[in-house]
Each structure stands twice: as C-alpha cells, then as structure tokens.
Design a protein around this ligand. Sequence first.
Ligand code: SOE
Length: 380
Amino acid sequence: MTKPLNVGTIGYGFMGKAHSNAYATVNHFFDLQYRPVLKAVCARNAEKAQAFAATWGYESVETDWRKLIERKDIDLIDICTPNNTHAEIAIAAAKAGKMILCEKPLSMTGPEGLHMVEAVEKAKVPNMVWYNYRRVPAVTLAKQLIDEGRLGRIFHYRAKFLQDWTINPELPQGGAALWRLDAAAAGSGVTGDLLAHCIDTALWLNGNLDSISATTETFVKERKHNLTGKVEKVGIDDAAIFMGRFHNGSLASFESTRYARGHKALYTFEINGEHASIFWDLHDLHRLQYFDHRDQGIVRGWRSIHVSDSDHPYMGNWWVPGLQIGYEHSFVHQVADFLKGLETGKPAMPDFRDAYRTQLVLDAILESAKSEKWVKVVHG
Ligand code: SOE
C-alpha cells in the first residue's frame, strides 16, 4: 500500500503543468512508498484555477496561498510562481512544517536564498529545487561517466543556453506569461532563467566555480509594461556571457541569450577531459556524445550513445530498450527521486542549500558584469 502525500501547487503556468504531470505519472512507472495526491491548486484567478484543477484532477482550489499553507490536509507545497514570490511563500511554508518543492532559480539573490535555506533547515522540512535537467537520462549518464573517472583530468567546461523569443521590441514586459521580462518579478533576465540551469548542471558535474568574469547586455532598453500600461526601462539582461575558473583547475565558458535567432531552447554543454570528452544537446536530449581517446585508433571517433537501454539511468522504468523519452520525464524523475529520498532518508538534490550555491554564482555574474572586473564566487 502506498502512503498518500498531499500536494498543494501554487501557480498554473508552464511549470504548474510540468509538475502536475510528474505527480500524476510517477507511481505508474516507479515503485515508491509515497503517492502524490493532487489535493489543491492555488492561484489568484479563481476561474482559471478551477479550469486547471478540472484538467489536471486537483481536488480543490485556493485563491490565497496563505490559506493553502494553513490547510492541515496539505503535506507538500510546490512553488511554481514568479521568482519574487518564492522566498515569502517558502519561508511561510517551512514555518508551517510543510515539505517544499520550489521552481528555479531558488531566489532573487544569494542573501534572500540564504534566508530560505535557514528556514527549511530550522524547520527540518524536506525541500528541493526544480533544476530538472540533471534528471535527463543522458545528463545523469554524463555524471556517471565523470564520476567513474573516464574523462580523467577536466580541462574545459563549455555551456550554452540559447533562445530567441524576446527579439521583438514590441513584446511587452510584466504580467502573466511575460513576468520573465520584468526585473521586479524575475530578478534578472537570462542569468537567473537560463544560465541558472547551466550552472546547476556544471556545479553538479564539475564542482565549484571559484572566479568569474562576466558581461551582460540588454538589447531592447524599453518595453511597454503590462501592469502599468506605460513604456518602462527594461531591467533584465537579455544576454549574459562569462568565463571562469573551476576549483578543479578547468576553465569555464558560458553563454545564454534570448537573442539567438533560430534557437528556441538550445541548451548544450561540452566537457573536455584528458582521456575523453562529452557533449550533450537538449534538442537531442536522449543522446550523449562521447569520445574516448583510449579507443583503438582505427575505430576512434565520437560515439552517439542512444540513452534508451534498460541499464541507462532511469530507463529501466520506462519502455523497452531503444524507445526514448522526453523533456517531461525529467520532472517525473525528479519527483521519483524526491519520494525515494523521503523513503530512504537520503534527500534528493538539489535541495535549497545546494541550489543556493547556484544563486551565489548568479550573484557573482551580475556583480562582475556591473563592475567589469573578475569576481571571486562566495562558496555557500
Ligand atoms: C524560458 O523560456 C524557459 O521556459 C525557462 O524558464 C525554463 O527554466 C527552461 O527550462 C526553458 O526555458
């Protein structure tokens, strides 16, 4: 018999869907003690929240997140709201003794993130941040290969996250779907939205970043604001590029932008080691490219590993070997690992403290871009 775990989801946007799908799917494919129950969805617009609840099978609706947190029948609060609301909700939820899953980035700034870390640690509530790309099987396989020492000493870590959806200067900022363009709601632009993913993966695969030299640009300086109706200064960064040094001696080269015409969500990373290299591309997410110099010369070359066999990470839980899975499954895996963590007492990562490390790198990027100087990353 599985134990029900009552979920209260705040927000019904893109991530509200991705998480709800994961809760609804996870027990069909993973053998777990806990079973998420879609107990309540919370959003200010009652009508839209009702419609979301009906589509996804939530039992009830709340329009005030404080009420949701007070409810005795809710075990876990899932925060799928804009970045500027994460801290207040998470701290209140921790005080109420709820488990918390929070969308990325954890917070608006490092210091704000630290308050959140302290709140969940004081309350001793299980917590996790939705950096989902760690759980794409090919990325998890990259981690396995690195941890096995197959790459040897690492020389380079190169990551990119390229999009093109904000090039139109007529696109307004602020409000429901466009809060990512509003600095008051998002904190930063591509730095917190896209580089955050690249950094989370990088710290996980390659360890701490020690120092950074960054530059950012805002190509469209003014946009109409959906909430005020006025043309206002744009406070977010449209593009961010940095180079850096990892603690293990390797060099970092990172780029993120929403101005790369033709690219919708091209997240790639390449790691070059002494013996071997790895390359991964979100547009081909079930493949891991691997080159091993120790292969016999006549057959040496880049292998394209189709990460779909039952001995590949997570894949034994899905279809028969050779059949691939997609983006949404990374969220299912994250819930599965979180629930397994509750069972075993070995928490799934990244928890708030782990995600706070990414936040400190984001702070260093923004500081370096502003000061035009190299900045040492504070280690949390
Ligand atoms: C932005 O367009 C976005 O949706 C990010 O917010 C997500 O975190 C990323 O995974 C895809 O792109």
